[in-house]
Design a protein around this ligand. Structure first.
Ligand SMILES: [Zn+2]
Length: 143
């Protein structure tokens, strides 16, 4: 199954963005950075836990199958003056779209996107000029 392709977003800048080391430590670094941003924003622990789990899956994929540099960005989506959901994106420099692999569930390689599909409110990927961005949203109607 191919993730849905979405047109690139333009004209909106993330509230926070980080460049991650392209190493096995990147997923842990991403989780910590996200944890402190979401704590600053007073995001509930349920949404923060989902966001941290999903971000570490996506960063793991980017480090293992993409190519660096890997960038993490976090944006609050607003509705009627209130933040209504979190949009988190992981960008890497490989233009090859991420695929959810149709193989045995023991295959680690396809696991990340299956979890994103399960826990995210919405998700997709943007093919960029030099790379790709996989994004997901959590916390819709929670905040
Ligand atoms: Zn929440």
């Amino acid at each position: 199954m191919q993730p849905p392709l979405t047109p690139p977003r333009t004209g909106s800048r993330p509230d926070a963005s980080f460049c991650l080391p392209e190493t096995v430590r990147a997923p842990g670094t991403a989780r910590q950075l996200l944890e402190s941003v979401l704590a600053d924003w007073l995001i509930c622990s349920k949404c923060a836990d989902s966001a941290q789990l999903l971000v570490s899956e996506l960063v793991t994929n980017a480090v293992m199958h993409g190519c660096g540099p890997v960038q993490l960005s976090v944006t609050r989506e607003w509705s009627s003056g209130e933040p209504c959901s979190l949009r988190i994106a992981v960008t890497d420099a490989s233009p090859e779209p991420a695929r959810r692999r149709q193989t045995a569930s023991s295959d680690e390689r396809g696991r990340g996107l299956a979890i994103v599909d399960m826990l995210a409110d919405r998700w997709g990927q943007d093919v960029l000029g030099a790379g790709k961005r996989i994004w997901f949203e959590v916390g819709r109607f929670c905040h």
